[in-house]
Design a protein around this ligand. Sequence first.
Ligand code: SAM
Ligand code: SF4
Length: 449
Amino acid sequence: MRQKLAARLGENVPRYTSYPTAPHFHAGVDAVVYRGWLEALEGGDEISLYLHIPYCDRLCWFCACHTKQTRHYEPVAAYLRSLYAEIATVGGLVTGKGRVRAVHFGGGSPTMLEPEDIVALGSVLRNSFAFLPGAKISVEIEPNDMDDARLDALAEIGTTRASLGVQDFDPKVQKAINREQSFLQTKAVVDGVRSRGVESVNLDLLYGLPHQTRESVSSTVAQALTLEPDRIALFGYAHVPWFKKHQTMIDEAWLPGPAERFAQLQLAARAIVDQGYEAIGLDHFAKPGDALALAARAGTLHRNFQGYTDDCCETLIGLGPSSISQFRQGYAQNMPSTSEYRCTVDDGGLAAVRGIALSNDDRVRGWIIERLMCDFAFSAIDLVERFGEAGQRLLLQSSSMALHDPVRLLELDGDRFVVPAESRPFVRSIAARFDKYFETGTARHSAAV
Ligand SMILES: C[S@@+](CC[C@H](N)C(=O)[O-])C[C@H]1O[C@@H](n2cnc3c(N)ncnc32)[C@H](O)[C@@H]1O
Ligand code: SF4
């Protein structure tokens, strides 16, 4: 059954961190539209902020993130001055209209910032936006960047969640991906953030990397589990060399094939669950008491550009080049080029250049896709109550999939459409069945599993 499904659903599909997905953004949403959406925020609105640091001091060959290698700090310092300008402009537009519930520093590597710049960035944000008491601050950490001064700086800005990139502990794999990182360094950082009061620690692990085998993945997972992370993100390596040229440094002959990838995923997932973690969505695991597990159980898990989140803010403001903002009206994305971004924001401009305004149909499909990705299920009653006639139309499509599709993609269980357990690894492909833009799109995506 699984093989049949894999054959049928082994297509390349989006990761659905938004709907419509980013390849369908267009220039109709520009800085003027973005400004209007920022100005339309209201007093009681809660905001999440995402800040992108598009630099690393070395480049990992597997990386698909929007980042650039720099051996000197001057470009980073100059970039920070521009980021402060953007923060001042956007903060000015939303003053009195919304308060910040969560901040996420991502990249690239936010931890390549000098400790005093980490602290300064935290202060600039708190001076430019109103923060809710207890706002969550999360940071992506490159463990090799870390020292005591950076750990102290993260504590000083009130970091509550830390996400460490691990990928794999096997030296042969690490060499092939240009990412050498010892277990001891990783452990020192986990201990360092915990001793400074960080509530939740996540580790990023990958399967499907060059030279990975079931044995090496199992061994990495076992080592990672000894660190007792609160969460684990287990991603399939996305090999997209047409999009990220440095991935051509990875010889495709070293990559595990689709069946081996699937086996690695299954084995790793089982080992993590056997240690008492709850499986969350497609690729996350959390201890039962962690906020992500609580949200999953309550049906309040969400999916945004950072992946699965318990953050329930309707408004996400992305700052920095390539960052995506999400409003009730739609999505807006900043220009990707750091130099163009700097020219624009240094003059007090807004950097949004593309996006999409949501139609009613987009909202219904987006809701179904988000629920499938988060809960592997959605309620027919909820669908119709929320979206009326537009919901009815999608209800017909869902019923037809549940009743007539020979491969079991959806089943009816009471009033709920449920993805059966054996089809769950292919939920991206099932979500794609509800994606109106998918058939016609020319975008290239990574493999579904
Ligand atoms: C911005 S990095 C994390 C922070 C820091 N730069 C680091 O590497 O430790 C985000 C994460 O995305 C994941 N990632 C990057 N490229 C990927 C790819 N090609 N396929 C799957 N996951 C990838 C990695 O697990 C990585 O830890
Ligand atoms: S994985 Fe992290 S450290 Fe490596 S290049 Fe990508 S963003 Fe930089």
